[in-house]
Design a binder for this molecule. Structure first.
Ligand SMILES: [Zn+2]
Ligand SMILES: [Zn+2]
Length: 144
């Protein structure tokens, strides 16, 4: 039994700070479960009330705007109209979901591909918070 190896798997949850053991995730199972519950709540609300504004959804579902925005950035939910609640990280044009408008996405397809792959991998699950602020993308470009 190698206790050193085992210890290596113990990390602090990026969201709640609690220690947990998982090689592949940066958030603990409880937070992951909670996040999924929140997501289902938002999705159900949007199914029943399509076209709701983020403010309404936040109020009615009690899910924070930040979280809702992350779901949008992840492409898990989509705005009915590009009403400016979500904007392209590159040019600032209103978009319905994801990170970039179609134009920027096409122009930078190759460099964006890797970012999309990152944002959808479970290993880097908590990275979306940073994605949302845009600093992860800067890092990514620097590295590339
Ligand atoms: Zn946690
Ligand atoms: Zn754009």
């Amino acid at each position: 039994m190698n206790s050193e190896n085992l210890y290596g798997f113990i990390k602090n949850c990026k969201w709640c700070g609690k220690a947990f053991q998982n090689k592949y995730s940066n958030i603990c199972p409880e937070c992951a479960k909670k996040d999924e519950d929140y997501f289902q709540r938002v999705r159900t609300y949007l199914r029943d009330y399509p076209g709701s504004k983020i403010d309404e959804v936040e109020q009615m579902t009690d899910v924070s705007r930040k979280r809702i925005t992350r779901y949008l950035r992840e492409g898990r939910i989509e705005l009915v109209e590009a009403n400016g609640a979500l904007t392209c990280l590159k040019c600032g044009n209103p978009i319905k979901s994801g990170l970039y408008c179609d134009t920027c996405f096409k122009e930078h397809k190759d460099s964006l591909k890797s970012i999309y792959a990152t944002s959808h991998s479970s290993e880097d699950y908590s990275g979306e918070m940073h994605l949302y602020k845009g600093d992860r993308i800067k890092n990514k470009h620097k590295r590339d």
